[in-house]
Design a protein around this ligand. Structure first.
Ligand code: HEC
Length: 103
C-alpha cells in the first residue's frame, strides 16, 4: 500500500515536470497579477498617468523597456527598483503575457 502511494507520488512529480513550460507562463501571469497590476492594471488599466498601460503592447517593446529599466539605461525610480529583481525569463514571461492581452 505504501509502495503504491509512493509510485503514485512519483508519477505526479514527473507529470508536473512535463508541464514546465505551462508553469512558466503561469508564473509570468502570477507575477503580473501580484506585482505589476497594482500599478498597470491587468486588462483595464486606468487611463490616468503616470502608469502606462501594458496590455496589447508590442512584446519586443515591453522586453526592451524592462531590460532598460533593469540596467538603468532608462530611469524611473519605481521601475528601476521593480525590474532590478527580474530575470531574463521573468521579463520574457511578463512581456509575452501582457502582449497577448487585449487592451
Ligand atoms: C509601484 C507602481 C508600479 C509597479 C508595481 C510596476 N510599474 Fe511599471 N511603471 C510604473 C511607472 C510609474 C512607469 C512610468 C515610468 C517612466 O516614466 O518611464 C512604468 C513603466 C513601465 C513600462 C514602460 C511602458 C512604456 O510605455 O514605455 C513597462 C514595460 C513596465 N512599467 C512594466 C512593468 C512590469 C512588467 C511590472 C511588474 C513586474 C511593473 N511595470 C510594475 C509603475 C509601476
Amino acid at each position: 500500500m505504501k509502495r503504491l502511494l509512493l509510485s503514485g507520488l512519483l508519477t505526479l512529480c514527473f507529470a508536473t515536470a512535463d508541464n514546465v513550460s505551462a508553469a512558466v507562463i503561469y508564473a509570468g501571469q502570477a507575477r503580473a497579477a501580484a506585482v505589476c497590476s497594482q500599478c498597470h492594471g491587468i486588462k483595464n488599466p486606468s487611463a490616468e498617468a503616470p502608469f502606462p498601460p501594458l496590455a496589447g503592447r508590442d512584446e519586443a517593446y515591453l522586453q526592451t523597456a524592462l531590460k532598460q529599466y533593469r540596467d538603468k539605461t532608462r530611469k524611473s525610480d519605481i521601475m528601476n527598483a521593480i525590474a532590478g529583481s527580474l530575470s531574463d525569463a521573468d521579463i520574457a514571461n511578463v512581456a509575452a503575457y501582457y502582449a497577448k492581452l487585449k487592451p
